[in-house]
Write a protein that binds this ligand. Structure first.
Ligand SMILES: [Zn+2]
Length: 273
């Protein structure tokens, strides 16, 4: 029997880009915390014969073009995760346009490959999101998590669980953009991925992936390279951010990649659906 498809995408940002660090009292002296996590991910994907989509903070591409080339040469897709990881609802319309446009152009200049996919930092999108994606040259988005409302997090806004033209996910959105929503546990409607993998463990994730797959939905997961490394202690970063990062996370990803699923880039889902 064919292995069902799944996606283990990467939101490629450094520890310094995450809101929990930016809002913390303390700071760190290390640069590029998470870079070695990219190397580890390339190794783990390679060992499992898996390919993926790396949604890259474009500023990283300016400093590390060689890393982007290695990602592409390993058979992965590059998408955009904005220019510098701002929350899109915290800037104005012009800045949103600039974040989407400049990131796509920067990533394309660095790699020579076309960039057609986008994921918003913290899944934070404004009302003009799909229209802006359309005019700045994207084909698909993966910034919707159809989970229940979780106080202090996100959720409660969207219900669409499978790839659809964006106007079926959000009223008035552009139908030329395909939305590829991130996986949530059927019934429970909590995210299957991100911090929830580290909270609930690998069996929770694999169980949810099987349930989704039985419903004909390709599970879309995501990880961050900084989750695979030993993080520096920074005063004011909540403990949950550190929970099970490093060795635990490396083992967890290995187990997921060695499951019965075939891991593919996001773009392949827009081609088959
Ligand atoms: Zn991010």
């Amino acid at each position: 029997m064919d292995r069902p498809n799944a996606v283990l995408s990467v939101d490629m940002e450094w520890f310094s880009h995450i809101p929990a660090y930016r809002n913390a009292r303390g700071s760190m002296t290390e640069n590029d915390v998470g870079r070695s996590g990219v190397e580890l991910l390339l190794e783990l994907f390679g060992n499992a014969d898996a390919t993926s989509t790396f949604f890259v903070v474009a500023k990283i591409a300016e400093r590390h073009p060689e890393l982007l080339s290695r990602i592409l040469e390993s058979g992965h897709e590059i998408g955009s995760h904005t220019y510098d990881h701002v929350h899109l609802t915290e800037v104005d319309e012009n800045d949103r346009h600039e974040q989407l446009q400049a990131s796509r152009e920067t990533l394309e200049d660095a790699t020579g490959a076309s960039v057609t996919g986008f994921r918003a930092p913290s899944f934070d999108i404004a009302e003009d999101h799909f229209e802006t994606l359309d005019v700045t040259g994207y084909d698909y988005d993966s910034s919707i998590v159809p989970c229940r409302s979780i106080p202090g997090w996100y959720g409660g806004t969207h219900t669409v669980q499978r790839p659809v033209p964006a106007d079926q996910a959000v009223d008035g959105a552009s139908s030329s953009i395909t939305e590829l929503p991130v996986a949530v546990m059927p019934g429970l409607r909590l995210p299957l991925t991100g911090t929830w993998l580290r909270f609930f463990g690998v069996r929770y994730v694999l169980w949810g992936m099987r349930l989704l797959s039985h419903r004909g939905i390709t599970p879309i997961l995501y990880v961050h390279p900084w989750e695979l490394v030993d993080l520096p202690a920074v005063d004011g970063v909540p403990r949950r951010v550190y929970w099970r990062t490093g060795a635990w996370m490396r083992r967890a990803i290995t187990r997921i990649l060695n499951s019965r699923f075939a891991f593919v880039p996001m773009r392949s889902l827009t081609e088959t659906d």
